[in-house]
Design a protein around this ligand. Structure first.
Ligand SMILES: *Cc1c(COP(=O)(O)O)cnc(C)c1O
Length: 362
């Protein structure tokens, strides 16, 4: 019997490409002729070595990384990076800038502050409940880095262009939009992304870090909390999250070979988001929560006329095999997360459902 699959708009962990799930399933009991599954073999075996090597090659190729950049797979999620970044890069004399565009930025700021680091919030969109991305920001001239959250998963906003930070390198939390578009990597000292939104299952955080940032890492940190430890050992200082890395490898293969790379992915993501925003804008019933010029192509946040209707909308959506449309518990409302793996077809089905629901209720 064909398994039942729904249209999955979860914010994270989120949908994965169906061909990837099928490939995992097909190879699960006997991985690469080993007679074992990927979850049962040594991370030092030739089988896993092929997996992680290929994953790294694909990351490097997709983002056109030059030799200065290191690709790491770390545990502890994006949340551990919030603490590791200031711990590794800011000495007592150093300062860094942060832009506060919502929950995840605020958490990154907090983790720097609790370590007593010298950081400045260069801009914030808190005055209007994070409905926009700040413009014309004056960054500190001697900052070691400027930290931004490239896509705000909860508030539904996204940096369309990255800000000019002068001499300070950008560090970006790209958990919810990495590999969704092309990128000029040379402006970044580091980017990081918890895998479970756009590129894989939970349990691994992809970190891309430039050489000059590695040279800032102090010696007297716990071994596991130093970026240099993981860079020196190619993410194999200890047992890496093998299954999660394997899934990332397959998702990136899908992205390169089936989708055709980041430009194609970008075009498809724009098409999906446009379809959804257009149908929201054409209606009096649905209202987008983010300013138009700050809208996320990944997380489309919207409200209905009242909370009772929102509850009913979400329930009826589930009854129609459309899952994950509830907004984050901190903000309410509705949210459709349409990451890379979400097919255009799913968005078309959602838009039809929204039209039907509006007709019935207004
Ligand atoms: C989900 C999310 C996080 C948290 O990631 P964890 O891997 O759960 O720590 C951080 N930043 C952004 C932008 C997110 O969307």
């Amino acid at each position: 019997m064909k398994p039942k699959r729904i249209h999955n708009f979860n914010a994270g962990p989120a949908a994965l490409p169906q061909p990837v799930l099928e490939e995992i399933q097909a190879n699960f009991l006997d991985f690469g002729g080993s007679g074992m599954s990927i979850t049962e073999i040594s991370h030092r075996s030739k089988w896993f070595d092929n997996v992680i090597s290929d994953a790294i090659i694909r990351v490097r190729r997709l983002l056109q990384l030059d030799k200065r950049y290191h690709v790491l797979f770390l545990q502890g999620g994006a949340s551990l990076q919030f603490g590791m970044i200031p711990m590794n890069f800011l000495s007592a004399q150093d300062c860094a800038d942060y832009v506060n565009t919502g929950t995840w930025s605020a958490k990154a700021i907090k983790e720097a502050q609790i370590q007593g680091k010298n950081i400045r919030v260069a801009a914030s969109s808190e005055d209007r409940n994070f409905a926009y991305i700040p413009k014309d920001i004056a960054f500190t001239t001697n900052a070691v880095y400027a930290h931004i959250t490239s896509n705000n998963t909860i508030k539904g906003t996204q940096w369309a262009d990255f800000p000019d930070t002068g001499d300070a390198a950008l560090i970006a939390d790209m958990s919810s939009d990495i590999f969704s578009r092309s990128l000029d990597i040379s402006r970044f000292g580091m980017i990081y992304a918890g895998a479970q939104k756009n590129i894989g299952p939970a349990g691994v955080c992809l970190v891309i870090i430039r050489d000059d940032f590695l040279s800032k890492v102090p010696v007297h940190l716990p071994t596991m909390l130093k970026y240099t430890t993981h860079a020196d050992k190619n993410s194999m200082f200890n047992t890496p999250p093998c299954f999660a890395i394997y899934t990332i490898q397959l998702v990136l293969k899908w992205l390169e070979e089936t989708i055709g790379g980041l430009e194609k992915m970008d075009a498809l993501n724009r098409k999906k988001a446009q379809l959804l925003y257009q149908s929201i804008d054409a209606s009096e019933f649905y209202k987008g929560t983010a300013d138009q010029d700050s809208r996320s192509l990944m997380n489309v946040t919207f409200r209905l006329p009242n909370e009772d209707l929102e509850k009913e909308f979400i329930a009826q959506a589930i009854a129609n095999d459309l899952g994950g449309l509830k907004g984050h518990r901190s903000v309410g409302g509705c949210r459709a997360s349409i990451y890379n793996p979400t097919p255009l077809k799913a968005v078309e089905v959602l838009v039809d459902f929204m039209k039907d629901f509006e007709k019935k209720k207004s």
